[in-house]
Unconditional design. Structure first.
Length: 404
């Protein structure tokens, strides 16, 4: 067994909400360090734990995914690992060269060119000029910034800064790589290039990856840590369970009505299920998925077309389906009548995760919507297997013994 490249023991970091108090507390802490004060550091008025008693180990070939809502403490932990800030309690042990991309433009001097910043960043990692000379063309080629390498970084777009930062962090072959959500700024082509590079690096590197994209966390990470208000809500190798807990921490979004015509009133849309977690209906992979809508319709409408769009937690459309023309003339007995419309999909093969449903009601296919609303209900697909693709098909497999 190899020794850990990253070892974090009981690390905590506190901040103060008041700038004035923060400056005063900082002076007190500096004075305490100078006189060798060993008093236990507890919270003072206005302070809070941004990171509280976090411990983990990471070896070569392992990738830890840090997930959680904004402000949970993920970036603060990365800054402590990178040496930008000191922990108030606990111990951090790092063995090897560290490459970090933890904040957009962090480590760059905006007045200097991309070329000059490459050499400065490399020197921080302990490389001399001759070593960087050997890798310089490789770094620039990877970034795709050949035409701008002698331009001051202050004129770079956010995407160009990410390109340069990741190129430096990855091509200098660090033993430990810290990646924050900044990769989300890059264009799709470069983002895919980054993940392919991280796949190649992982055999010889320990990676800590912060992201709000659960498919990417699922794809990259062998371990997961869920942060909530500075605390570790979950830590372990069961990445799927950590992602489930992350999704469950979000309450169901309120629906937003975009179009509402005369004579149509949406009452509710639900997903019937035998199991619920925090009010969220749970549907197992390969079980039937049923979506039920209750609407009020007046007599002037003779036909209806109802459509659903299923979106993932990142609000990307995953699937859609429509009823086609429904003749409702024989269903209406009063001026306004309640209709219950059900749509069922047999053996649902969506990957595990939380999904929301949008609804569109029109008089016929292609007609202007009479009613359109976003997020009318949510449901969660549970599964024993965690994958990063949006679908997991139940394929039929066949193996034949073929003679050579």
């Amino acid at each position: 067994m190899s020794d850990p490249l990253v070892k974090v023991e009981g690390v905590s970091k506190k901040f103060c909400r008041s700038l004035k108090k923060s400056l005063w507390y900082g002076l007190q802490d500096i004075a305490g360090e100078l006189v060798g004060s060993n008093r236990e550091r507890t919270l003072r008025p206005g302070e809070f734990w941004a990171v509280d008693d976090v411990s983990f180990e990471l070896k070569k070939g392992e990738c830890l995914g840090l997930i959680g809502p904004n402000g949970a403490g993920k970036s603060t932990l990365l800054k402590m690992l990178n040496g930008l800030i000191k922990p108030d309690k606990g111990r951090i042990e790092l063995n090897g060269r560290i490459g970090a991309l933890i904040e957009l433009g962090a480590g760059f001097n905006p007045l200097l060119t991309g070329r000059e910043n490459i050499y400065i960043n490399a020197s921080v990692l302990g490389m001399n000029r001759s070593e960087v000379d050997v890798l310089f063309d490789q770094i620039v080629d990877y970034s795709g910034l050949q035409d701008f390498i002698d331009t001051p970084v202050q004129y770079y777009s956010s995407g160009m800064r990410v390109r340069l930062g990741f190129s430096i962090a990855s091509q200098l072959k660090p033993d430990i790589l810290l990646i924050d959500e900044v990769l989300a700024v890059g264009d799709l082509g470069f983002k895919l290039k980054c993940f392919n590079t991280m796949d190649q690096m992982l055999a010889d590197t320990a990676i800590i990856f912060v992201s709000h994209s659960m498919p990417m966390i699922s794809r990259m990470c062998s371990e997961i840590m869920l942060f909530e208000s500075g605390n570790t809500a979950f830590y372990g190798k069961d990445v799927a369970h950590g992602i489930d807990l992350y999704y469950n921490s979000f309450s169901q979004n309120d629906s937003v009505i975009f179009a509402s015509g005369d004579g149509i009133r949406h009452i509710r849309t639900t997903v019937p299920a035998d199991e619920h977690i925090n009010g969220m209906p749970i549907v197992k992979w390969m079980d039937d998925l049923t979506i039920t809508s209750e609407i009020e319709v007046n007599k002037e409408h003779k036909t209806l077309n109802l459509g659903y769009v299923i979106l993932d937690k990142e609000q990307k459309p995953i699937a859609s389906f429509t009823s086609g023309r429904i003749d409702i003339t024989g269903m209406q007995h009063n001026d306004f009548d309640m209709l219950t419309i059900k749509a069922s999909m047999a053996e649902i093969q969506l990957a595990k995760g939380v999904y929301s449903v949008d609804i569109v009601i029109s008089e016929d296919l292609g007609y202007k919507p009479l009613f359109r609303a976003k997020g009318v209900c949510s449901f969660q697909i549970s599964d024993t297997i965690d994958i990063w693709a949006p679908m997991r098909f139940n394929a039929r497999w066949q193996v034949n013994d073929t003679e050579l």
